[in-house]
Ligand binder design. Structure first.
Ligand SMILES: [Zn+2]
Ligand SMILES: [Zn+2]
Length: 246
């Protein structure tokens, strides 16, 4: 059915520009799925997406969930929602992930944590696309979303950087969220309140099976840096989940 808004703002396919919907049937049929799960470290085939025993590192990722290759319509759709969130396209990306989940050996009891943007970047952009993805996924699975991470410094874009440069670029760029400091009444009051809230954030990580959510997984440098912070804080397992494998 064509609604009034569709007449005012006709929907076009993100990939080829054809009128009718955000992704036409033809472009949808050309999406390249990641048929066989891969290891987050070596990106070779791995049963259920679990990190190969030989690829495991201290504080490293335990597995990777990805739906499609970062090409064609999927690449265009991700680029589109990065700068202006569009719910229809976002839902399409979420559906790609949800449809792929059966291939992965995920634990039932998980919480989702979005890869954070630096607060200045988020303010400029108006939203964090990874957080919106994580929020929709959390709603679909009926699991918790916890914003326990922050990006402590602004990092250069990873695009065009080599593998070791990517690692260096994001090293130490994430931390557990500091508890918000309330009005300063007395020093002790503020300190105890902060410690209490901080304990709560750490308690939200200890012993948990966490899935870090991002839009694209390329070298994994960013998400690995996040995993390190969560594991050092006591997370039981940390997986990465991204719509596309770059
Ligand atoms: Zn199309
Ligand atoms: Zn491996």
């Amino acid at each position: 059915m064509v609604g009034f808004l569709d007449l005012l703002f006709p929907k076009r396919c993100v990939n080829c520009g054809r009128l009718g919907g955000y992704l036409c049937r033809e472009c949808f049929s050309k999406i390249e799925y990641v048929d066989k799960p891969v290891c987050p470290v070596c990106q070779r085939q791995a049963v259920g997406g679990k990190t190969h025993p030989g690829c495991q590192r201290p504080y490293g990722l335990d597995g990777l969930v990805v739906a499609a290759r970062y090409r064609g319509a999927v690449k265009r759709a991700i680029a589109k929602v990065k700068y202006k969130w569009a719910y229809d396209i976002g839902n399409l990306l979420v559906d790609l992930l949800v449809a792929s989940l059966w291939k992965f050996d995920l634990s039932k009891d998980v919480i989702l944590v979005p890869v954070p943007l630096h607060r200045r970047r988020e303010k400029w952009r108006g939203f964090n696309q990874s957080r919106i993805l994580a929020k929709s996924l959390a709603k679909k699975f009926g699991v918790d979303l916890r914003d326990v991470l922050i990006r402590t410094r602004e990092t250069q874009s990873q695009v065009g950087l080599k593998r070791d440069e990517r690692k260096k670029n994001v090293k130490g760029a994430f931390a557990l969220r500091q508890a918000g400091q309330k009005k300063r009444r007395s020093f002790d009051f503020v300190a105890s309140r902060r410690n209490f809230a901080q304990d709560k954030i750490i308690a939200g990580v200890i012993g948990e099976n966490i899935i870090l959510v991002d839009d694209v997984y390329t070298s994994g440098a960013t998400i690995n840096e996040c995993a390190k912070v969560l594991k050092k804080a006591g997370a039981k397992s940390v997986w990465a989940m991204a719509v596309a494998l770059g």
